[in-house]
Design a protein around this ligand. Structure first.
Ligand code: SIN
Length: 485
């Protein structure tokens, strides 16, 4: 029906303890581009979530006892299978999420790269020896997997946000339960099918799909057998989930909202800055936590940058992600479009000008024409909210210090970007920005080798890179005494 090479990748049930579980009711998964039904998935709930935690607990001892090499071999197989099925996985992802097929296949490669990376990095969980304060003692530090990890993941990256959590957890020796977003469960279930084919043992990787966000979330955050909880999503929901984790003092890692500044200085290469802003802002129709949220342009290059940027945005091709040549897809829902339109309208009321984007589209209610607003100030709704849509507000500034102050004037601290060719300025600005990630003459900073994460209310912990394992490990100190006897 959906032209998959391997129809078995389209699954309709939660995956718990190595088997597929049906439930009494279903969730409809609809294509955001057409509104048409893609598939129905069994609607699991609290009982299935508890079952998944039990399965993960039951599988933990044996999985943790495997050597890092044994786990690496299985993870590598999982990676190979994801890449071998990239076309089908990309198609499933476009159908449920909307992003253009090329971008969806890119996400599959991005997600798989975390599995490859951590399959290798899991072999490098080194301990330590520390000189002891007394001659008859020795201090040794070992690292051990923390236990059962629970995750809640978003709809904007239905594959990669699961892969980068699960890969680090499994490579460390933890077992894993994920509740994917109900809008996009099919990518998660396809990953489970491939995990099974790779030989990952029952109970190690579990996926529970259900629309009882509150009830299932409570199990995942409050269950005594869950040792660590990880979430990617909004700051508001993240705060609630952190508070639910408090009663059992769980280790948490949070990848929350952003409000990324993209600063263009007078000395920047303007064509490079335009290309960087375009990819950073319009990737996934503006629906990423690291998307540029505010473009800050120094007065000397404001006219040139704006003219070139508006022309580049005009060239984007909006449409159904499965249509050849489309470079920007729908938003996740009509509701998401109307939220972004409210931010645009409120900012225009406060004096912003629409330089591009007032055309209505006949494509459907989930589509928003890529837009650019000029004359924006940092106190307008389009600048002080996370937009999560294809709109670029342009703010002008005079001095470097002013740009840094505007950039930092937000409770968020995830990604930031700036363009300059001046080496002194590059260091000053990079060190002055209060963000976990800084793209310097670069608009696309996400990759498996780099530590992804934020400061301030954008969250805590890091995903990817050698630092990504730390969130799934306990440090244990062994004090050996009486060695003189
Ligand atoms: C996100 O939007 O949460 C993730 C974006 C990325 O991995 O680049």
């Amino acid at each position: 029906m959906h032209h998959l090479n391997d129809a078995q990748l389209l699954k309709n049930f939660s995956y718990i303890n190595g088997s597929w579980h049906s439930s009494a009711s279903d969730i409809a998964v609809n294509n955001p581009a057409t509104g048409k039904l893609v598939a129905k998935v069994s609607n699991a709930g609290i009982a299935e979530t508890e079952l998944a935690v039990k399965a993960a607990k039951g599988a933990f001892k044996a999985w943790a006892a495997k050597s890092a090499n044994e786990r690496a071999t299985l993870l590598r197989k999982w990676f190979d299978l994801m890449m071998a099925n990239q076309e089908d996985l990309g198609r499933i992802l476009t159908l449920e999420q909307g992003k253009p097929l090329a971008e969806a296949k890119g996400e599959i490669a991005y997600g798989a790269a975390f599995i490859e990376w951590f399959s290798e990095e899991g072999k490098r969980v080194y301990g330590d020896t520390i000189p002891a304060p007394a001659g008859d003692k020795r201090i040794v530090v070992i690292k051990q997997p923390i236990g059962v990890v629970a995750a809640i993941t978003p709809w904007n990256f239905p594959n990669a946000m699961i892969a980068r959590k699960a890969a680090a957890a499994l490579a460390s020796g933890c077992t894993f339960v994920v509740r994917p977003a109900t809008q996009t469960p099919l990518s998660a279930l396809a990953m489970a099918e491939l995990a099974e084919r790779a030989g990952i043992p029952a109970g190690v990787f579990n996926v529970v799909v259900g629309d009882d966000a509150r009830g299932m979330g409570k199990v995942l955050t409050e269950h005594k057998d869950v040792a660590k909880f990880t979430f990617t999503g909004s700051t508001a929901v993240g705060k609630l989930l952190i508070s639910q984790c408090a009663a059992t003092v769980k280790k948490v890692s949070m990848e929350l909202g952003g409000n990324a500044p993209f600063i263009v200085f007078d000395d920047a290469n303007i064509d490079d800055a335009v290309a960087g802003a375009l990819v950073s802002k319009y990737r996934n129709a503006g629906q990423t936590c690291v998307c540029t949220n505010r473009i800050l342009v120094q007065e000397g290059v404001l006219a040139e940058f704006t003219e070139k940027f508006v022309a580049a945005v005009k060239d984007l091709s909006l449409g159904d992600g499965l249509t050849e040549g489309v470079t920007i897809g729908p938003m996740i829902s009509a509701q998401a479009v109307s939220e972004v339109k409210k931010l645009i309208d409120a900012s225009i009321n406060q004096g912003a000008k629409l330089a591009l984007g007032d055309d209505e589209t006949t494509l459907g209610a989930s589509f928003l024409v890529p837009s650019v607003l000029t004359g924006v100030t940092n106190d307008m709704p389009i600048a002080n909210n996370e937009i999560f849509g294809p709109v670029s507000p342009i703010i002008s500034f005079k001095e470097e210090s002013e740009a840094i102050a505007i950039a930092n004037d937000t409770e968020f601290g995830l990604a930031s970007y700036f363009y300059s060719r001046d080496i002194g300025r590059i260091w000053r600005v990079a060190e002055g920005l209060e963000f976990g990630m800084v793209g310097i003459n670069e608009g696309l900073i996400s990759n498996a080798a780099a530590p992804f994460g934020g400061m301030k209310q954008s969250g805590n912990g890091r995903e990817g890179s050698k630092y990504g394992l730390d969130d799934y490990l306990e440090i244990k100190y062994l004090c050996m005494g009486g060695l003189d006897k």
